[in-house]
Design a protein. Structure first.
Length: 406
């Protein structure tokens, strides 16, 4: 069982690494093509049907790029399709959701003080909300409202705000933020898989069959690509938020999540305007800073009372009953509880790191796996061993975890 715990930790790390690699590839290509599209210029030398061109220099060479809104009269046999980056980002992200939050639902997904439901119910709510997000968004885009860029964006912002609040009424703060990322990333990946790539394939098929492609397919794909462009930065924030309790574990976490969408829009507006050579909207940066400060201020408001952990998670009773529990508990209380408590007493620490509280026996048992990985099998905690945890104390934590895992 202990070997399995170490394997699972490395599996989680491997999936997270894969997710980051895929996300970098997707975001990089997305940002590049948005900047390229906005920077295209019309010149007298353009070929027929070409909408614009761009000269670029990189890596010691020059690139001459031309864009066709419909398609040229001739297509080469080989076309490079930009799709697998988005697919693997979503697949790896969903796998991480399963590995970390579904298999660790009692610890990371469900907060009994927020919404007391069995883990399987929380998992079904999670899956249902992600599916709902895509269909709700897609129907809005295909409705008459989809013809109005501003109107559609306002309604989508209202939807995202409502989901931010709803998630905090069901899941832990950490899971709520993560689900906002999953909710948004699913919309983005589905845009690629369900709209952008199929539309491009229709155009290619028409050309090969000698038919004139309908320009509407390119227009629809461009709208979805623009939405993806503006949603990218908030998704990155949600990916990082699980490391910062002040973002996910405060009463106004849902509002902070909503404000992050505004920040993302402002930042992308600045770069999109620059890339389109339509000016230098520096006014966006003061607004971004003000919103960021507002988020920090909201995070410092008084916490909602949640109470101490009084009920052991189903898998934690064995850790409470272990003969090694007393020694391990003493080590944790002596070396970790000054920071991992509702009101930390360690100078410079205002919130329990990662919102993990270890100041009572039930809480310690509920976090047995984390404690073993962080302070038993590794020396990650305490940071820099500032509280002088001994090798004997670490050994007692490992023995406790091994016994309780049987």
């Amino acid at each position: 069982m202990t070997d399995f715990a170490i394997f699972w930790e490395w599996l989680s790390f491997g999936v997270r690494w894969t997710h980051v690699i895929a996300a970098i590839a997707w975001i990089g290509s997305s940002f590049y093509f948005i900047a390229l599209d906005l920077g295209l210029r019309k010149t007298p030398s353009l070929p027929p049907l070409a909408a614009g061109e761009e000269w670029q220099v990189h890596g010691g060479g020059f690139y001459h790029i031309q864009k066709y809104l419909v398609a040229p009269d001739f297509l080469p046999e080989h076309l490079t399709w930009f799709k697998w980056e988005s697919y693997f980002t979503w697949i790896s992200g969903f796998t991480m959701l399963v590995v970390v939050y579904y298999f660790g639902a009692d610890l990371f997904l469900v907060d009994r003080h927020v919404f007391d439901v069995p883990s399987w119910v929380a998992i079904l709510i999670s899956l249902g909300s992600i599916v709902f997000g895509w269909y709700a968004y897609d129907l809005l885009c295909k409705s008459r409202l989809g013809q109005s860029t501003t109107g559609l964006m306002l309604v989508l912002f209202a939807l995202l705000t409502a989901m931010s609040w709803a998630y905090t009424q069901v899941f832990t703060g950490r899971a709520a933020m993560l689900h906002m990322g999953a909710f948004t990333a699913t919309i983005m990946a589905a845009n690629v898989a369900m709209i952008i790539i199929p539309n491009q394939k229709i155009v290619v098929a028409d050309l090969k069959a000698g038919r004139v492609p309908d320009a509407k397919y390119g227009k629809i794909a461009k709208q979805r690509s623009l939405h993806n462009n503006y949603l990218t930065l908030p998704v990155i924030f949600f990916m990082l938020s699980s490391h910062y309790p002040l973002a996910f574990a405060t009463p106004w976490n849902w509002l902070i999540a909503s404000l992050i969408f505004l920040e993302g829009v402002l930042i992308r507006h600045f770069f999109n305007t620059r890339h389109a050579r339509k000016g230098n909207p520096t006014w966006t940066w003061p607004l971004v800073i003000v919103i960021f400060i507002l988020c920090a201020w909201l995070s410092s408001s008084p916490k909602l009372p949640t109470g101490a952990e009084t009920v052991a998670a189903p898998a934690s009773q064995a850790f409470l009953d272990s003969p090694h529990f007393q020694a391990a508990s003493d080590a944790v209380l002596a070396r970790c509880s000054m920071c991992h408590t509702a009101q930390p007493v360690w100078e410079g620490i205002s919130e329990p790191p990662k919102n993990v509280i270890l100041d009572n026996p039930v809480a310690i048992a509920n976090h047995a796996g984390q404690i073993a990985i962080q302070a038993g099998y590794s020396h990650a905690m305490p940071p820099g061993n500032v509280t002088d945890m001994t090798d004997e104390e670490r050994a007692s934590i490992v023995a406790w975890f091994r016994e309780g895992s049987k």
